[in-house]
Design a protein around this ligand. Structure first.
Ligand code: MG
Length: 252
């Protein structure tokens, strides 16, 4: 199933995408979503970020080759940080490069969307807390990440968390091709099988510290090839079996 959120006249609504047709989604995270009446064609609708987050928990250095490109070791435990909900944008919305940074970079990542409240979940039980998967771009002001020493500002600017285009449920996420393109040129390409810490272990580690709410997102780390983006660029994050998240880049 593909779950979307779209802009309806009365405000954002959840939908289910089948082929090019969007149906109203009945139900919720707790009961599950099922198909309601048709609303229109995908091309006629404005898509929004497909989930409503209370927090985004991101994992740093979770691909060995990416840690190596910055001269970093792979950590012995997951290295987690938060991105604020105010950073979230949806498909097609512009990533805004702020005046404080001269080096904004893309990070293509698989995003795990939580479906049920998760607190102190064991890895063996973790899959049942997952609603599905979407594409993410963990946009980073690399110069500020270095100079600040901690990462909240560099990872937390408005528009630095593009998510979408939809949530795919019933997908095996353990060996998906993840690709990033800037203006059509491939900059990152890897398999999610290269993750150092796997999804169940991440859910166990994170939920041991903080309760994950339905709609929250875990960004599972980026492979090697992170590169600068500038105003005028088009960035695409593509996950096999999910789809492509496209965002233009502007300055502001
Ligand atoms: Mg990242």
């Amino acid at each position: 199933m593909k779950i979307i959120r779209f802009q309806a006249p009365a405000g954002p609504e959840y939908g289910i995408l089948e082929g090019e047709t969007v149906y109203r989604a009945k139900g919720n995270y707790a009961t599950g979503f099922r198909r309601g009446e048709p609303v229109g064609e995908l091309s006629q609708l404005t898509l929004l970020c497909p989930c409503q987050v209370t927090k985004i928990v991101a994992v740093g250095r979770n691909y060995a080759a990416h840690a190596a490109e910055h001269g970093d070791e792979v950590p012995s435990q997951p290295l987690i940080f938060l991105k604020p909900p105010s950073a979230v944008i949806g498909p097609g919305e512009p990533i805004v490069c702020p005046p404080q940074s001269a080096q904004v970079e893309h990070e293509a990542e698989l995003a795990v969307v939580i479906g049920q409240r998760a607190r102190r979940v064991a890895a063996a039980d973790a899959w049942r807390y997952v609603l599905g998967y979407t594409c993410a771009n963990d946009v980073t002001a690399r110069d500020l990440q270095r100079s600040d020493g901690q990462w909240s500002r560099a990872k937390g600017f408005d528009t630095f968390a593009p998510l979408g285009p939809w949530i795919v449920t019933e997908l095996d996420p353990t060996d998906l091709n993840v690709v990033c393109r800037v203006n059509g040129q491939v900059t990152q390409q890897a398999s999610t099988s290269d993750m150092v810490f796997k999804i169940p272990d991440l859910i166990e580690y994170i939920s041991a510290a903080m309760t994950l709410e339905p709609g929250d997102v875990i960004l599972t780390g980026t492979p090697e090839g992170v590169s600068p983006i500038r105003a005028g660029d088009q960035v695409e994050v593509e996950l096999a079996g999910i789809g492509t998240l496209r965002n233009p880049v502007v300055s502001g």
